[in-house]
Design a protein. Sequence first.
Length: 215
Amino acid sequence: MITFPGTPDLAPATQLLVHSAHWRQPWLPAMDDKHNPYAPSRASLAAAAVTPTASGGTWRDGTVLILTPEASLPSRCVRCNEPSEEPTKSRRIYWHSPWLYLLILANILIYAVVAVIVRKKAVVAPGLCSAHKKRRRTGIAVAWTLLIAGLALMLMGIESGKPVVAVVGLLLILVALLVSTNVTRIVRAKRIDTQYIQLKGCGAAFLDSMPPFAG
């Protein structure tokens, strides 16, 4: 029976495999990743570098912030990327397909009922620094002031028979709604599904701190 050195306690077939693993033909070059046909490509390695574990489950895709449902946003301001002022409140956001708005043409009540049934919900906690929290509180105060003033003017114009005053009041109400939508809302949902939550409204500095989305 042939016994290979260094493997006296192994079966002959096993000794042969171990010995052949350490033996290499001198005329064959050493195989590295450049010559190995079974090695993964560099493109696939780069794409795999951005994973939920490595990035914390948050990425950027242009002006959109993408995160997994179980991910947590970092403790930084989503506007300027400065450290956020605590506490940071969790907020519910909703999304449904934009095609659903076509139901408004038929009946706004039908749209409202269907939207409540089919909408997707997510919970996020976008942080704000002290300066942007102050700006948001100011926006809320301005929106409420415009709304109350608009309602008062509209009622006053209706009761006094002055349509111009009522129209001014209605315009103030519309401005209050615009301020409330664009100033007081921190982020808004672009899309929500079982895999990802896509958010709009984050600042460029915050988005630049996120890895690019490779999906």
